[in-house]
Design a protein around this ligand. Structure first.
Ligand SMILES: NC(=O)c1ccc[n+]([C@@H]2O[C@H](COP(=O)([O-])OP(=O)(O)OC[C@H]3O[C@@H](n4cnc5c(N)ncnc54)[C@H](OP(=O)(O)O)[C@@H]3O)[C@@H](O)[C@H]2O)c1
Length: 328
């Protein structure tokens, strides 16, 4: 077995060009850890924020990557067998310890799911799943508790998390609406089964003409920049879950909660960690994707040597789906 691997290391904050592909020693797992031969990893906006220097708890140099998909190489404690397909995410990956942007990664065994389903899916599809599905599944089923008959709106429908959330909510039997700033993206959203489409001009509340057109569950992925307007779209007793911030603003200026949040409605958030990741039915969803019952939207696929280009694509919002990087 080789002793070194390719890894993407960040030494200083900045644009995509600060991500350097380096030759690093393959890490060694202790008891309670597993060495994974990473085959693919998805890109996440939290890695973009870390790259830009907005993650105060992260020290450089660091191998980025809050998720990885691959094959078990070695688990000293015997928790896994060599060759098993596994997915991992969160728990401090790529932040407190070196993460998934590499040909190998070592993670604690308690944050690893084994995929037992027989699958012919490519590593691009499998690699798209861990964090994207965890977030969509957690926000839809745990934060918003979407059920049959709910009127569900995804604000930021064309995000990779948004598309997965649409697919999950349709399976649960909800009436699903979604937004994009670009009218031409309606077709993509219709392919995912949405019932209603809104062009997001920042004031969707004005497009809703009466209470019956409002939504009782709203997944807010654009973030604080559209949150006030999302509360113009929520029905009495409804919930808005602030789960993403593609709008790139963490705070709300002049926020008067009693004016913004209509009486009877509520604001929730979602932030998945190890427990939520481990409760996500990834194996089941792999089977559904295999059977053509669940769509995974891979936007662009890059090789690890093209990591700067991949981050540029995320910065430019041009992927139209999950960005996945292959390591071979
Ligand atoms: N809470 C959690 O545990 C958790 C976990 C993972 C991810 N997240 C968050 O979930 C969100 C979605 O992540 P993702 O990776 O799925 O995103 P993504 O695929 O990279 O989203 C790209 C899309 O976002 C929309 N967008 C970009 N900038 C925008 C802006 N300024 N205003 C409105 N829309 C904008 C664009 O859609 P249009 O051009 O079609 O409008 C774009 O195509 C992110 O904020 C991410 O940080 C949260």
């Amino acid at each position: 077995m080789a002793t070194t691997m390719k890894a993407v290391v960040i030494h200083t904050k900045g644009g995509p060009e600060v991500l350097k592909v380096e030759e690093r020693p393959i890490p060694k797992p202790d008891n309670g850890q597993v060495l994974i031969r990473v085959k693919a990893f998805g890109l996440n906006r939290s890695e973009m924020f870390t790259r830009q220097g907005h993650s105060p708890g992260v020290d450089f140099p660091r191998i980025l990557g809050i998720e990885a998909t691959g094959i078990v190489e070695h688990a000293p404690g015997g928790e896994f067998e060599k060759g098993q397909i596994v997915m991992t995410a969160m728990g401090g990956m790529g932040r407190q310890f070196d993460g998934g942007y590499a040909q190998y990664t070592v993670v604690p065994t308690n944050q690893v799911q084994v995929i037992t389903a027989q699958t012919q899916l490519g590593w691009d599809v499998l690699g798209a799943m861990p964090e994207m599905i965890q977030t969509a599944y957690g926000a839809v089923t745990k934060s918003l508790k979407v059920q049959k008959g709910d009127r569900f709106l995804v604000r930021g429908g064309t995000t990779s998390v948004g598309l997965a959330a649409i697919a999950i909510a349709k399976q649960l039997g909800a009436h699903v609406a979604a937004t994009s700033r670009k009218p031409e993206r309606e077709n993509l959203l219709r392919e995912y089964g949405i019932d209603e489409f809104f062009v997001d001009d920042g004031a969707i509340g004005k497009q809703i003409k009466n209470d019956s057109q409002k939504f009782n569950k709203i997944l807010e992925l654009v973030g604080t920049t559209t949150l006030k307007d999302s509360f113009q779209c929520v029905s009495k007793g409804g919930v808005v879950s602030l789960t993403g911030i593609v709008g790139n603003s963490w705070e709300i200026d002049n926020f008067a909660p009693m004016e913004v949040i209509p009486w009877g409605s509520s604001l929730a958030t979602y932030g998945g960690w190890i427990e939520e990741f481990m409760e996500t039915p990834l194996n089941d969803i792999v089977q559904q994707v295999e059977a053509g019952k669940f769509k995974i939207k891979v936007g662009r696929v890059f090789h690890i040597d093209q990591i700067a280009e991949a981050h540029q694509c995320m910065d430019d919002n041009t992927a139209e789906g999950k960005i996945v990087v292959l390591t071979d």
